[in-house]
Design a binder for this molecule. Structure first.
Ligand code: HEM
Ligand SMILES: *[C@@H]1O[C@H](CO)[C@@H](O)[C@H](O)[C@H]1NC(C)=O
Ligand SMILES: *[C@@H]1O[C@H](CO)[C@@H](O)[C@H](O)[C@H]1NC(C)=O
Length: 497
């Protein structure tokens, strides 16, 4: 090819002037055509990925970005996000799309959802978008699979098992009471932030015996910086939210590391928190746990627990404000508990907690309607055949709980906040129509802990205070995540009953 332009020393071209130009044109045409054909082919492949069967219907969107922009379009209704709703209407319950260059199959089909949860680790594996992996740390994503994941899960289950929760009851009650009292001295309280701080303190105390009052640095502040950048464009230069996010994580990790080292220097006789378990495991000779993985996991646990629970509490208060009949019935249930207790004031007992029937219905209804986790992500490990469709190996799959929770065929008048609909369902156990806490092997290990925190908080809220909303109350939703846009309430203490 280089010889094409080579001149001989006497100045005459090896090719005639005409031939020279002609050749250049031919080559240009040839390359141009080649490029256009490759682009066309690439776009064709983008739209029609290779598959040994019938792909679920759907559109792969624009080259590179797919349908990412539509996916992240905010919506403030309680209903199924328009992105999912429109495509369900057009393509049916299972459809394909493309998010940040990744082919994704979205499932709103209860049978496929069930199948995905049952086949965890065999045909499917948990998967989170690459930016999440970057942010949460690469180690922990790997650590959540297989053996490693199993024994870490056991540690968590130990910490949040029934015996542990029984012991926690007084602590949760005291914390909730104290917070409510504190809030009553403020003109207005931004509820999500306020409950997040409360839940964070409770969880951090339980997991790592972290006490804000005894610490010079504020662990929670670093989490705040972290969260604010989570829904941002991944551009890591100073000044961007994403940069702050990574910095927040870095600082939080450094604090966790210091705390772990402190504990290592002053070991305790009986294991009582997550650090104790970790240290014991790290000292074993043949362990595959590294300090790095342990700290990553710690970070994820803290994050997974207070973000979800605080959104659930915020939603509960909002739903109660909007539905006075429910609030009355709930207040009555808790006043009866206090009345039956008589004059003695030993604090909530486990028996009283277990008797809060209506409260548990309120909690179920809250997490159903709030859809705290709007999308659960998986990756296919092998080619999947389901209901006539084929999902190629390596594709992402998104289970969409809102489509299940807001299905009018399963929930009458699905957008209504109606805790009574749960009456008499206690016997059914896990169900294809309720997946607020996931399902199958990866079912949320914090479910019971969440229920304790919510029930006890609601107990204190309705018996000790009155409140009125003053501003906000929208929850901003995307199919992948959601956050409240500033719900302010004014709270007053209630005379003793
Ligand atoms: C309203 C509160 C909560 C909701 C709605 C919620 C929801 C969920 C969901 C949907 C999953 C399944 C994720 C998946 O399958 O990929 C999950 C898993 C998990 N949750 Fe929660 N969660 C809540 C509270 C908590 C709390 C308080 C903790 C901490 C103790 C916690 C710890 C975890 C952990 C460790 C997992 C991973 C379990 C596994 O992969 O096996 N969650 N949660
Ligand atoms: C924090 O300090 C108080 C008072 O000094 C002490 O009683 C409590 O045990 C400390 N908490 C932790 C987690 O060290
Ligand atoms: C809440 O939902 C779960 C899952 O369907 C069910 O097992 C539980 O009994 C429900 N609780 C109440 C009080 O209805």
């Amino acid at each position: 090819m280089p010889c094409l332009f080579k001149m001989t020393p006497d100045g005459t071209s090896q090719y005639s002037e005409f031939g020279h130009l002609y050749l250049i044109k031919m080559w240009a045409l040839f390359f141009g055509a080649l490029i256009i054909i490759s682009i066309a082919h690439w776009i064709y492949r983008w739209r029609n990925p290779i598959c040994n069967g019938t792909l679920p219907p759907g559109s792969m969107g624009l080259p590179f970005i797919g349908e990412t922009l539509q996916f992240f379009a905010p919506d403030t209704s309680c209903d199924i996000h328009p992105f999912v709703r429109d495509r369900m209407k057009r393509y049916g319950p299972i459809f394909r799309t493309n998010l940040v260059g990744r082919p994704v199959v979205v499932s709103t089909d209860p049978d496929l959802n069930y199948f995905i949860f049952q086949q965890e680790g065999k045909l499917f594996q948990s998967w989170y978008p690459d930016t999440f992996t970057e942010i949460f740390g690469r180690q922990n994503v790997g650590s959540l699979h297989g053996f490693m994941y199993k024994y870490l899960k056991n540690m968590v289950l130990n910490l949040f098992g029934p015996e542990s929760l029984k012991k926690m009851l007084p602590e949760v009650e005291q914390t909730a009471s104290k917070r409510l009292q504190l809030w009553s001295h403020h003109e207005s309280v931004e509820l999500k932030e306020a409950t997040a701080t409360m839940i964070f303190d409770l969880t951090a105390k339980k997991l790592i015996s972290y006490d804000q009052e005894n610490s010079s640095e504020n662990l929670r502040d670093n989490f705040v910086a972290f969260i604010q950048g989570l829904i941002s464009f991944p551009l890591d230069i100073p000044g961007t939210a994403y940069h702050e996010c990574l910095q927040g994580r870095k600082k939080a990790m450094r604090m966790l590391k210091n705390l772990l080292q402190e504990r290592r220097a002053n070991p305790r006789k009986h294991e009582s928190d997550f650090f104790d378990y970790m240290l014991e495991e790290l000292q074993k000779e043949k362990t595959i746990l590294t300090e790095e993985i342990a700290l990553d996991l710690m970070f994820v646990l803290l994050f997974a627990s207070f973000e979800t629970t605080s959104l659930a509490l915020t939603s509960a208060v909002k739903f109660l404000s909007d539905n006075p009949l429910v609030l009355n019935k709930l207040t009555e249930e808790h006043e009866i508990i206090l009345r039956n207790r008589g004059n003695a004031n030993p604090g909530l007992t486990w028996k009283e907690y277990k008797s809060m029937k209506f409260t548990f219905q309120v909690i179920n209804e809250t997490v159903r309607l709030a859809n705290i986790v709007p999308g659960i992500f998986r990756k296919t490990l092998r080619e999947i055949h389901f209901k006539g469709y084929t999902i190629p190996a390596g594709w992402a799959v998104m289970v969409c709980p809102p489509a299940v929770h807001l299905n009018p065929a399963k929930y009458d008048d699905p957008l209504a906040f109606n805790p009574w609909r749960w009456k008499g369902t206690e016997l059914n156990g896990a169900s294809k129509n309720f997946m607020a806490f996931g399902g199958g092997m990866r079912f949320c290990v914090g479910t019971e802990f969440t229920k304790v925190q919510m029930a006890v908080f609601l107990h204190c809220l309705v018996t000790k205070s009155r409140w009125k909303p003053i501003k906000g109350g929208n929850i901003v939703r995307t199919p992948g995540l959601q956050y409240p846009s500033g719900y302010h309430i004014q709270l007053t203490e209630r005379a003793n009953i």
